[in-house]
Design a protein. Sequence first.
Length: 261
Amino acid sequence: MGLPAGVPFIAAAGAGVFVALPLAGLIARAPWSRLAADLSAPGVQEAFRLSMIVSGAATALVLATGVPLGLWLARTRFRGVTMLRAVIAVPVVLPPVVGGIALLAAFGRNGLLGETLETLFGLRLSFTTAAAILAGAFVALPFVVLSVEAAARQAGEKFEEAAATMGAARSRVLWRVTLPMLAPSIAAGAALAWARALGEFGATLTFAGSLPGTTETLPLHVYRTLQTDFDGAIALSVMLMTVSLIAIVVLGRRLRVTGSR
């Protein structure tokens, strides 16, 4: 039995208002007269630059690891695949500060791998820019893996098998058939991963700290600004919101163009 007439519209309108109202509140409270000064304040440009580096590097890392993993999950058949998929998805629901503690337990100076890395190679990850990148990648990886896996399962293997029967090598099938077929899903996963890494706060603060010029990304700078200047924090929040909206709009156009080919 279908829903009563009007219920879907009411639910959609309610959800839209619920999401739009806080964003409208940011815009309404933004100190437009001092916006330029707030965005050019000491530390803001450095935090923005660092956020772009961290989110870009984190996205590149999750693409390099998440696309093959998503394809493998879609094509493999073994008893533990459900558990593995659940483990990969955990960062989506894990409280960010817990994710940061987990990263410290693994890669910190006394962590499972961190102590070995420092002893053998003199490599310390915690409270460095690399730590901020790892924190962003940790929370963003599931978006790429699950997006690619779902798309690969839906597409099936018929096109790849057809290319293989025509004599195409496995590498050629991958680059000429599989990846182009999954390109919209890979782009969607990458955009979501980038946005998640850009907005990461808790795991970064716990694992990388908030060191200006080294690990203080824009969300961390917003939080620090909030302690003393509420209007300044709103101005920075508007900038972050604008960057995210632009990314979503560009992604939407890219997916429509790709899907229409």
